[in-house]
Design a protein around this ligand. Sequence first.
Ligand code: PEP
Ligand code: MN
Length: 333
Amino acid sequence: MIIWLKQGCDPELAYREAQPYYGHLIHDEGRAVLVISGKIKDLPEPLAPYTEKFVATGSDFQLASRMFKSSTRRVDLGGGVVVGGDTRHCVLITGPCSVESEAQIESCAQLCVETGVKILRAGAFKPRTAPYSFQGLGIKGLELLAKMREKYGLSIITEVRDATHVEAVIEYSDIIQVGAKAMYDQGILRACGRITKPVLIKRGFGTTLQELVQASEFVLAGGNPNVLVCERGIRTFETKTRFTLDLCGVAWLKEYANLPVVLDPSHAMGYAYGVPDLARACLAMGVDGLLIETHPCPSEALSDAAQQLNFDQFKNLALSLRKLAPVVDRHLV
Ligand code: PEP
Ligand code: MN
């Protein structure tokens, strides 16, 4: 249940009364709002004196839902890029799967500048499926990303693998990526709720849409309104492609959730050849962002080699997306 408090009442007193109902107090557009368990149908008696209006949501999909905000929430991603609200913006995000060396990440930063991309993405803490694979450069990778921000004025997004280094990722990055395997980590989600930097939560490959939006509720209920979600493919019976991009799920998110939706066709497809067509299809669906992996020499990449676009492929894709965007009523930023 979402409860908008009366102006002039003491929100802290209301918050104390809300504790038996697992209450969270947030501030939204200058208003104090209490969120209590979504299973409660009738306004609890002790909260009545504080309540201006309320909505019984019927589930724990609450602050992320259109019952709370009727349109997509506006999120400032830094670098002059805003998505959601009334913008019609689709943000193009690119970079390699992993930071591998200064020369490699710098060439990707230069690709961003050349193609008008404002947000550089690369992993420093990689959640690999085997301990014998490249695990990322760790703090060194974060430092290199920060260097690229300084040198090229780009906004930086990088992923947090587990709660042990969440504070470092928060400190170095402009946008925090919570990966598909990390999205159930409560330590990460709660830490992201205590800040106001934007957080991109990737859907796990075995995660239902309800679980995805509930993960975002941990960040929103913690007080951070700047949450985006990312569809990156789910596991189905199909094995010819790496995962299956769930565009039906994207349609559901656009209809029922107020979170900007970013699409990652690179991880869904798993092979570079399918990525440009999927990216154009996603743009045509009206998504809020596209995340495309690029590498100066994909075949030599230390992670996700098969799916990364080389620079010529990405330049062609960026060009075609810029042509397509106005046709489908989006503005590529
Ligand atoms: C990544 O973005 O490079 C990554 C590891 O993706 P995911 O968390 O979606 O598997
Ligand atoms: Mn990757």
